[in-house]
Design a protein around this ligand. Structure first.
Ligand SMILES: Cc1cc2nc3c(=O)[nH]c(=O)nc-3n(C[C@H](O)[C@H](O)[C@H](O)COP(=O)(O)OP(=O)(O)OC[C@H]3O[C@@H](n4cnc5c(N)ncnc54)[C@H](O)[C@@H]3O)c2cc1C
Length: 459
């Protein structure tokens, strides 16, 4: 008898899962609700032919050889398709100036009296925090002053001034800003010998960071950006081609109508507007779990979090960017609405364009209040672009429902839905960022890879 797997969700997780499953199943069908696969890893083109990425741009190796070969090709052919980035250059803007050596906000950019008070509190906080809420966590680890002057404004920028910040969980810290820079670089280096300080301070000198890596026998993974001029879309195109060539059927513009079970197994998947069922021995689910529960007729805990909208301003300028080294930059300073910048010529030195993307998070109804002129002005003020630079072309891309405002209630309800689904169905793998267990690209892919292999081993 033919074995059949169905993958729901055609993001990077679903594409990888389909490829892996096709090695073990005779038939694999990938179902995607939108008109194209790729999820958040997609690119758009403006009228001048410049490409920009949608939300995620710079994938990194997972450290699992088989998986990395599947995702990025054999070592021998990698440099042909990828700019392999050994050290991803980041930096951040905070307190009115750039620090191009670290992604963490530098507390020394605060007013001197505030800085000194903050250092006093931070050094006295010598306990690990068990807090699940981000503000109490930061107050316990960084102290009240740094939490008030650094963390609060960042949370307001990412989750909105209207949001009750006291309800936000540690999930709100997904961009890593709960670490900060403080003290002189040698003092910070010594303090980081102690695990409790290691978790809240960043290194300020490359030599210290490298010495630590040597001591831990650890290394930073390779990051990848396509050599083609079409942005990260070429990764999605590459994977899609591989998936199709392996014999997987990709069905876009499809919504799940229902899932039919026998006992504790999903046997048939029905698509809206199609009465013919897709047979199923294994269901790999990378869409939100509550959708599977609804399609199964199982109880769903109503979970309506506020979902943040991302506005990505993609700019094509008539002058070279002033920053010619950083791949991407965080803007933690509250003066700007932008939270992240991607500088394409630094990712792809062969690029014909002077392009960048500036990301802003907001509520859906706030989209119109963010204008190109304001973004350009802020970029000039931060000296990312020259004062006389002009936009040759641009796209204001609006992506709704990017990620939820993480409250305890949301996370608990998500867990309940996840558990109901997991405990009701035996032939399902619930994965991807929507499952809520992982969020970063490499973490999502490693988890999915391990889950699939464990499932196959147990069969
Ligand atoms: C603003 C933003 C910035 C990010 N930045 C980074 C970063 O810097 N580094 C990093 O490592 N990660 C980053 N991430 C996370 C990264 O994008 C994810 O790890 C990655 O996209 C996960 O892939 P996925 O396939 O699980 O999810 P997605 O990319 O979200 O794909 C899910 C797919 O499922 C489809 N789908 C949903 N519901 C259904 C349904 N009912 N039926 C069929 N299909 C469905 C969707 O249309 C989509 O194509 C960022 C995410 C966001 C939102």
């Amino acid at each position: 008898m033919q074995s059949k797997a169905v993958v729901v969700g055609g993001g990077i997780c679903g594409l990888m899962a389909a490829l892996l499953l096709k090695r073990n199943f005779d038939e694999v069908t990938l179902i995607e609700q939108s008109n194209e696969v790729g999820g958040l890893f997609r690119s758009v083109k403006d009228e001048h032919g410049a490409f920009y990425d949608m939300g995620s741009h710079i994938p990194n190796a997972t450290g699992i050889e088989e998986l990395d070969e599947m995702l990025f090709g054999a070592h021998s052919e990698r440099t042909e398709h990828w700019n392999v980035i050994k050290k991803l250059k980041s930096g951040n803007y905070f307190g009115g100036s750039w620090d191009l050596t670290s992604p963490f906000a530098n507390s020394k950019n605060l007013r001197e009296d505030v800085y000194l008070k903050g250092c006093g509190e931070l050094i006295q906080s010598t306990n690990f925090s068990q807090e699940r809420l981000i503000l109490p966590y930061c107050t316990e680890t960084l102290g009240e002053t740094f939490t008030h002057h650094i963390i609060r404004p960042i949370l307001e920028k990412l989750y909105g001034r209207h949001t009750d910040l006291s309800q936000l969980t540690m999930g709100a810290g997904l961009f890593g800003f709960t670490r900060i820079l403080a003290f002189d670089e040698d003092v910070a280096n010594m303090l980081k010998e102690l695990p409790v300080f290691d978790s809240k301070l960043g290194y300020q000198a490359e030599t210290h960071f490298k010495a630590r890596q040597k001591k831990d026998a650890s290394s930073t993974p390779d990051y990848f950006y396509p050599t083609s001029q079409v942005g990260i879309q070429s990764w999605v195109d590459y994977l899609k081609k591989k998936v199709e060539q392996s014999g997987v059927e990709i069905r876009c513009n499809c919504k799940i109508a229902s899932l039919e079970t026998r006992g504790r197994k999903v046997e048939k998947v029905f698509i809206q507007g199609d009465s013919k069922a897709i047979e199923c021995d294994l269901l790999f689910w990378s869409a939100p779990p509550f959708i599977a529960l609804k399609a199964l007729g199982l109880p769903v805990v109503s979970n309506k979090p506020e979902l943040r909208t991302a506005i990505v301003f993609h700019l094509n300028l008539n002058k070279a960017l002033l920053n010619q080294q950083s791949h991407y930059l965080w803007v933690w300073d509250k003066f700007s609405d932008i939270f992240r910048l991607t500088l394409y010529p630094n990712l792809n030195p062969k690029s014909d364009f002077h392009t960048l993307s500036a990301e802003i998070l907001c509520r859906p109804e706030e989209v119109d209040s963010f204008q190109l002129s304001m973004v350009v002005e802020q970029l000039k003020e931060m000296e990312i672009i020259a004062p006389e630079a002009e936009c040759l072309s641009h796209i204001k891309q609006v992506i709704h429902n990017t990620f939820p405002v993480p409250t305890l209630e949301f996370e608990e309800n998500n867990d309940k839905n996840y558990l109901t689904l997991e405990s009701s169905i035996d032939n399902i793998i619930i994965s991807g960022r929507s499952g809520g267990k992982q969020w970063r690209q490499a973490d999502v892919l490693v988890a999915a890879y391990n889950e699939i292999n464990q499932y196959l081993l147990a069969e």
